[in-house]
Design a protein around this ligand. Structure first.
Ligand SMILES: Cc1cc2nc3c(=O)[nH]c(=O)nc-3n(C[C@H](O)[C@H](O)[C@H](O)COP(=O)(O)OP(=O)(O)OC[C@H]3O[C@@H](n4cnc5c(N)ncnc54)[C@H](O)[C@@H]3O)c2cc1C
Length: 584
């Protein structure tokens, strides 16, 4: 257990931030830059929450980073895209606020702090449509050298998911996988593998895990490093339990801490950033479809406390539009030590040629190459939980599936653990997964025919930019479809697991929490997953939750500092939007 005492933290500050993930830490950092006295109260003994286990991709359109990367993006194009994807679902003012502040928020963080990103040249939006982007919009946190934090703070950064670490503690970037898996394929691969592994081995002489931090872990470490430089205290093991309300204003909060209950008052506001509804049993049972309640990808300590304390004070709550959560299809098994390993099928296997997903009947039900969220929405609509990802021996060797890496020599342990189901024939596989044998055989036959023609008449697989981006260009005529024909055949069961909340507290464009009557609760803000998703259950592109978490963290802080009122729209909105945006 890490020590939690921070000497000299006053009982009254300007801004009181509950939760040290991307949303809360951004709000705290920006508020400190604005000269506010801030404290961050974190429930666990580490910062980072789900953010630290994430890809860290942050969707912010129209930033200077897109220009720097040579793939200029504009807010106007993103507005057109969102009008197409999110269409007339509610929340247009919040989306407009996000669009308008995004470039400024990122520019300011880049200039004034160590929270630095780079725009991906190629990381397409998840849906096609007017204004969609191939590159420039998805921002990746720059890798961070964890040694800069010092050993104590390094240990304060929540590690990534165990399943995603190599050699027991080494982070690996998407573009480094090939080098590590095939070091002898080229001299570049060999050099890359030697550099990464030798750095890791050096690290392990002094640290519990590798200090080369990437993705969500880099974002969290950068935020913590910047908070330290700005002298913002973080109180660990300090969990918000109740809001203090006086004369209709939220003026502070009560916390459980290791040394007992503690009150902290806030002159300018309390920010709820506790990571969303995640493991909140009551809300899960009320809103989530049966069959999709079993796994959440957030740390178990994210129990929806922000929603609970705000609801107890009369806050409004939104059910998330199209979906209460944003999803990833996940497979799972029990490790030898009894713990459960959960693998989100994000990009490495689903979109590749030669894999298909079938429901209990043995039929396909979705375009397997669509985004993880859209795949899972298809699964939820179909009602088959679990569904099975199916492939053959050639696919398994080339791409791997879930926790089985490409080229894995011995699948026995994973078969024995019940993770992967193996069969000599398609009919045997059907029997083992409980599907109708004839139906599964026909499904695979039809799929194999579409591999020849390149046309997936049922679901249009390979038809969108993101489908093809995650496919394999070596497969022709369709990079997402290939034959399933070489025994043995394999299946892995998948369930939808929430990677983020979509349902959450009602808020306005300043991140102020609204009460049940739709009026701002003075002194109460929310950001990150505690605020209902501004995309209302749709998933426009990579970084759909961290983009708004960072931008609304910034907006909340600016509003609390008195820097955001009455700003006119300045991005060429339509006449109607101009009226609605008059106070952005
Ligand atoms: C595998 C995976 C990959 C992902 N990749 C991406 C991606 O690339 N891009 C993207 O946009 N999204 C991604 N996501 C989703 C994203 O990680 C989350 O939506 C985001 O991190 C939520 O940020 P947050 O600040 O709201 O919450 P969190 O990061 O979870 O932080 C909340 C913090 O609040 C603390 N807390 C909880 N209760 C209390 C309390 N009572 N008092 C005080 N503190 C409390 C928690 O301990 C935690 O530290 C991914 C998710 C997963 C699981």
């Amino acid at each position: 257990m890490l020590a939690d005492a921070v000497p000299g933290v006053p009982d009254e500050v300007d801004l009181l931030v509950c939760g040290a993930g991307a949303g809360g830490m951004t709000a705290a950092l920006v508020a400190a830059l604005e000269g506010l006295q801030v404290v961050v109260c974190e429930k666990t003994d580490q910062v980072g929450g789900t953010t630290s286990t994430s890809g860290g991709t942050t969707w912010v359109p129209g930033t200077h980073l897109s220009d720097q990367a040579g793939v200029p993006d504009t807010v106007a194009a993103a507005r057109e895209f969102l009008n197409h994807v999110v269409a007339n679902r509610s929340g247009v003012r919040l989306r407009e606020a996000f669009l308008q502040s995004g470039p400024e928020a990122i520019e300011e963080l880049d200039r004034l702090t160590d929270v630095k990103f780079v725009a991906a040249v190629a990381h397409p939006d998840y849906l096609d449509g007017p204004g969609s982007a191939y590159g420039g919009r998805a921002l990746a946190p720059l890798a961070f050298d964890g040694r800069l934090l010092g050993r104590e703070d390094f240990d304060r950064v929540r590690p990534p998911r165990r399943e995603f670490l190599g050699l027991g503690g080494m982070m690996v970037g998407r573009n480094e996988l090939d080098g590590l898996l095939n070091p002898l394929r080229s001299s570049a691969n060999f050099r890359s593998a030697v550099t990464i592994v030798s750095r890791y081995l050096r690290d392990r002489a002094s640290y519990r895990r590798g200090t080369r931090l990437l993705m969500g872990n880099a974002l969290v470490a950068r935020l913590l490093y910047s908070l330290r430089k700005a002298h913002v205290p973080v109180l660990f093991q300090t969990s918000v339990k109740e809001l203090i309300i006086e004369e209709g204003r939220v003026v502070g909060a009560v916390f459980d801490s290791a040394s007992g209950p503690r009150q902290i008052r806030a002159r300018k506001g309390v920010v709820l950033a506790t990571g969303g509804i995640c493991w909140n049993r009551k809300i899960r049972e009320r809103l989530f479809p049966a069959g999709a309640r079993g796994y959440a990808l957030a740390p178990v300590s994210n129990t929806g406390d922000g929603a609970d304390v705000a609801l107890a004070a009369g806050a409004g709550f939104e059910d998330g539009g199209d979906s209460p959560a944003l999803w990833m299809p996940c497979s799972s098994y029990h490790r030898a030590d009894g713990s459960r390993a959960v693998w989100p099928h994000i990009i490495l296997d689903r979109a590749k040629p030669g894999l298909l997903a079938v429901n209990r009947a043995g039929r396909r039900f979705v375009n397997e190459s669509d985004s993880y969220h859209d795949f899972s929405m298809g699964q939820i609509r179909d009602g088959s939980m679990p569904a099975h990802l199916v492939c053959d021996a050639a696919f398994m060797k080339r791409y791997g599936m879930g926790m089985i890496l490409p080229g894995a020599k011995n699948l026995r342990p994973m078969v024995r653990a019940g993770y992967v189901i193996e069969a000599k024939t398609v009919l045997e596989l059907a029997a083992k997964i409980g599907a109708d044998p004839d139906t599964l055989a026909k499904t695979i036959e039809a799929y194999n025919q579409s591999a020849e023609t390149g046309v997936d008449e049922a679901f249009g697989r390979g038809g969108s930019v993101v489908n093809r981006f995650n496919g394999d260009p070596r497969a022709q005529p369709n990079p997402c479809i290939g034959p399933v024909e070489t025994a043995p055949f394999y299946a892995v069961a998948v369930w939808p697991a929430d990677l983020a909340s979509s349902a959450g507290l009602s808020g306005d464009e300043f991140g102020r929490v609204l009460n049940e009557a739709g009026e701002p609760m003075i002194g109460l803000y929310a950001c990150g997953n505690d605020l209902a998703s501004i995309f209302r259950g749709t998933y426009p592109g990579p970084g759909t939750t961290l983009g708004p978490a960072v931008v609304f963290g910034w907006r909340v802080a600016k509003h609390a500092a008195g820097k955001l009122s009455d700003r006119p729209s300045h991005f060429g909105a339509t006449a109607n939007e101009r009226t609605e945006n008059a106070t952005l």
